[in-house]
Design a protein around this ligand. Structure first.
Ligand SMILES: Nc1nc2c(c(=O)[nH]1)N[C@H]1C(S)=C(S)[C@@H](COP(=O)(O)OP(=O)(O)OC[C@H]3O[C@@H](n4cnc5c(=O)[nH]c(N)nc54)[C@H](O)[C@@H]3O)O[C@H]1N2
Ligand SMILES: Nc1nc2c(c(=O)[nH]1)N[C@H]1C(S)=C(S)[C@@H](COP(=O)(O)OP(=O)(O)OC[C@H]3O[C@@H](n4cnc5c(=O)[nH]c(N)nc54)[C@H](O)[C@@H]3O)O[C@H]1N2
Ligand code: SF4
Ligand SMILES: [Mo]
Length: 756
């Protein structure tokens, strides 16, 4: 019968290729994902997908998948090792590092990618068990400058309501391709078509988003600080600020206003390449709007003055009274925080490099330098999970050297990546379609959602999920015994209410086991969850914390009970709705309760930033030279890029080579044609790419896509490299002075024709 044919069953899951995690329905034939469509009943995406989702089978099924742990021998070759031996040697390897150098010299990197955040919860147990205090991940090469600013101004993360804003501003952000909020392309088209709403795009390239914009400000690469400072100065000079709102809701207004008083607007306009009149028009449009939502992204976070620009854009919308208003900016609720803002303002420093540890993250750009130094406090071992830093961090070769310089390293990944190849141990993980998964990316306000996806496939023999891997490491370390868990297991069988009562008592009586919380939950509550859902056990704690943090808003979202029973009803809903659930429903004016500053006001003045504003007039706005006359944006998001999640280059329907885009004017000057092979040389290295003359590029600006240059062997055998790995061209020392985030969008470069 038709409905019994497994090939015709639609399974609910999500796309794992970007942070939007659109809901999908897929059909399977064996382990092949044969058909994909948007899930119309998904809470966030409502049926929306982009072209990439249709290709997720390339993530699930790729050549050369390894299904047994690998150990690297001193000569660089690998041998297969059974799981029992691997887990025993991994536990022993880390223990030895602690014994030899003292606790705290192991660094944990990664934890989750675009579609998977459950593993990081379980890694907490391993980190606690091995006294691992150092950690970092990819957020610390893009968002820590922003986090430094937001910690000081709001004590929390803000997000815009692009679905309803009167004016949407995209600053170094191309949501047409990179998304970042639900149903991005639909929303962009809607704003564009509505005469009452406007879109502002600040980008040197006339992007697909810029084409839909009412105002496109073609800023010269790297000069956004001049443009935004000019906008602020105009807002102040033309008396456009929200005066009474500001005096009621902010502190630090006077010194902020003063710092912008002497800005030479005409000079700044010419330095950023945007006519003053156009800047004034945008300032006035923003001021006239009922609501403005801003989105900054890599175009400014990976470019000169990065942290300052993150600050300046926030000064603009705060001066206009744009916090907490319907359609504007707001702090949002979270099920689990991606940043720990409590540390902001009193950040510790990296004992080796002296740099700030923002939001608990060591600056990724400096991990390799630290390891390769002779500092006695340097990290001696690495635990790397669900990330590919040899490929994704600046100066790939340096990170490769660092991996060889540590005493011990472990990589947990689904594929034998550039990073995994360098590790002492590679532990193969189940894919995101073979285990329960979720992410904590959703940042919407006043309603926020989470989607927990059950597995749609069974993992092949020989791979384990992250919860299993961490549980086995903990067992191996001898920190738990079967008997420890028996009472809680019994309670879990009785029901969630009995379990939650017992868990509180258990945690008080067994503090050392409470520190391994996720594993304890996996071993007890996990056993009673529906098939395939054991890994969701850690979310019970997430749900309890969420209910504790926002009891009123969790109830307003439809959950019943008080205290732990409210958390239990949220947990049950989370794990039984593959369409996702709303977990908090705020009232608009409760945006103010979400501020985490001491006085619940917005702190407008950041002294270090105001100092930098004062010095802006004397600081350079160009970084090119005769030797390196071009600005290379090393890592553009395009139609077929998805970080390094897809290893088979055949997943790309277009742009398989990952062309180097340049303007017609530059191409003519250098005698470059479409399809010419050109050599790109930077301070960091050199690479050859295929040229594409692209009318959206500004003269002097060239771009390469991100995520290309992976090694892959289409037919098994020796792997080949497809496209340019951009981080063979970048440098770790070319970065923001505060957050140390790399300036990948602004790499001075030289071009020459290899083959016209
Ligand atoms: N298709 C696709 N989507 C993705 C990803 C992917 O790999 N592929 N990755 C995801 C991830 S991890 C992230 S962090 C986001 C990133 O998303 P985005 O930041 O939107 O992506 P980018 O294309 O790297 O950079 C955005 C824009 O910055 C512009 N830009 C370059 N230099 C400057 C400058 O000096 N000033 C200004 N104002 N703009 C400049 C570029 O022209 C580009 O249009 O995308 C996510 N979504
Ligand atoms: N030059 C340059 N460099 C960049 C950028 C740029 O624009 N230019 N962009 C940067 C940005 S914004 C980011 S976010 C980073 C991203 O770079 P990374 O942090 O390295 O993340 P991904 O490329 O997404 O790699 C995800 C890894 O997770 C693995 N994986 C997938 N599913 C699972 C799973 O279920 N379990 C486990 N254990 N592993 C899994 C994949 O095989 C892959 O190796 O790249 C950065 N690097
Ligand atoms: S790549 Fe992003 S926007 Fe596109 S379908 Fe996947 S999650 Fe949605
Ligand atoms: Mo990112």
């Amino acid at each position: 019968m038709k409905e019994n044919n497994p090939k015709e069953t639609w399974h609910k899951t999500a796309c794992v290729l970007c942070s939007s995690n659109c809901g999908l329905e897929v059909r399977l034939d064996g382990t092949e994902i044969t058909r994909v469509r948007g899930n119309k009943t998904h809470i966030g995406s409502k049926g929306y997908t982009c072209e990439k989702a249709l290709r997720v089978n390339f993530y699930q099924n790729f050549q050369g998948r390894i299904t047994t742990p690998l150990k690297r021998l001193p000569d660089g070759s690998h041998i297969e090792v059974d799981w029992d031996t691997a887990i025993a040697e991994v536990a022993e390897g880390f223990k030895k590092v602690n014994e030899k150098y003292g606790d705290g010299k192991i660094l944990y990197y990664g934890g989750g990618g675009q579609g998977n955040h459950l593993g990081v919860g379980y890694s907490t147990a391993t980190r606690n068990a091995l006294s691992i205090t150092r950690r970092s991940n990819a957020l610390a090469q893009e968002k820590t400058g922003e986090a430094w600013v937001e910690g000081r101004m709001f004590g929390a993360h803000t997000h815009g309501n692009f679905h309803e804003a009167e004016v949407a501003v995209f600053l170094g952000k191309n949501p047409w391709h990179s998304h970042g909020f639900d149903e991005a392309r639909r929303v962009l088209k809607e704003i564009s078509a509505d005469p009452k709403r406007s879109m502002v795009v600040i980008d040197p390239r006339r992007t697909e988003t810029a084409d839909l914009a009412d105002f496109w400000l073609p800023v010269k690469p790297g000069s956004d600080a001049f443009l935004l400072a000019a906008i602020i100065s105009i807002i102040i000079g033309e008396n456009l600020t929200a005066k009474s709102w500001l005096s009621e809701n902010t502190v630090g207004l006077d010194e902020t206003v003063k710092a912008f008083s002497g800005i030479p607007i005409d000079d700044f306009a010419s330095r950023c390449g945007v006519p003053e009149e156009q800047i004034r028009n945008v300032a006035r449009r923003l001021a006239a709007a009922e609501s403005v939502a801003f989105y900054e992204d890599l175009g400014i976070e990976m470019a000169p003055h990065s942290t300052l620009v993150s600050y300046l854009q926030r000064v603009i919308w705060v001066l206009l009274g744009n916090y907490g208003n319907h359609g504007g900016m707001s702090v949002h609720s979270y099920a689990a925080p991606l940043f720990n803002y409590k540390a902001s303002g009193s950040e510790p420093t990296d004992p080796v490099t002296g740099s700030l540890v923002i939001s608990d993250f060591f600056a990724c750009n400096e991990i390799a330098d630290g390891i390769l130094s002779d500092h006695p406090e340097r990290s001696r071992a690495l635990l790397i999970e669900s990330t590919n830093p040899v490929h994704s961090l600046a100066e790939s070769e340096k990170f490769r050297q660092a991996m060889r310089a540590v005493d011990f390293s472990v990589v947990v990944d689904v594929a034998l990546t550039e990073t995994a190849r360098e590790a002492t141990y590679f532990l193969p993980a189940a894919t995101q379609y073979e285990k329960v998964e979720t992410t904590f990316f959703s940042a919407s306000f006043p309603e926020n959602w989470i989607c927990v996806r059950p597995p749609i496939l069974t993992p092949p023999e020989g791979v384990l999920t992250e919860p299993e891997i961490h549980t086995r490491i903990i067992r191996e370390l001898g920190l738990t015994t079967e008997e420890d868990f028996l009472p809680l297991r019994e309670l879990a069988k009785k029901g969630l209410d009995e379990f939650s009562e017992g868990f509180m008592e258990f945690s008080i009586n067994n503090p050392e086991l409470a520190a391994l919380g996720a594993v304890t939950l996996f071993e007890t509550l996990g056993e009673t969850l529906p098939e395939g859902m054991k890994g969701a056990a850690v979310l019970w704690f997430t749900a309890q914390q969420t209910a504790l943090r926002y009891p009123t808003q969790v109830k307003a979202a439809g959950y019943e009970g008080d205290g732990p029973s409210l958390g239990n009803s949220l947990f049950e809903a989370m794990i039984s709705n593959p369409d996702g659930v709303i977990f908090t429903r705020h009232q608009q004016d409760q945006a103010w309760d979400l501020l985490e500053t001491v006085d619940s006001k917005i702190h407008l003045a950041i002294p270090e930033m105001l100092e930098e504003v004062k010095g802006l007039a004397d600081s350079p706005s160009e970084y090119t030279s005769d030797e390196f006359p071009f600005v290379l944006a090393a890592g553009e998001r395009r139609s077929f890029t998805a970080n390094t999640i897809m290893r088979n280059p055949e997943w790309r329907k277009r742009d398989k080579e990952g062309t180097l885009r340049l303007s017609l004017g530059d191409a003519e000057k250098l005698g470059i044609d479409n399809g010419s092979r050109v050599r790109i040389t930077t301070q960091g290295g050199s690479a050859v790419a295929v040229a594409e003359i692209n009318e959206t590029m500004m003269q002097g600006h060239i771009s390469l896509p991100n995520g290309h240059g992976l090694s892959y062997s289409p037919a098994g055998g020796e792997p080949e490299i497809f496209g340019v790995p951009t981080n063979e061209l970048t440098s770790t020392n070319w970065c923001d002075p505060i957050a140390k985030t790399p300036w990948h969008k602004h790499v001075p470069a030289q071009l020459e024709v290899v083959e016209p």
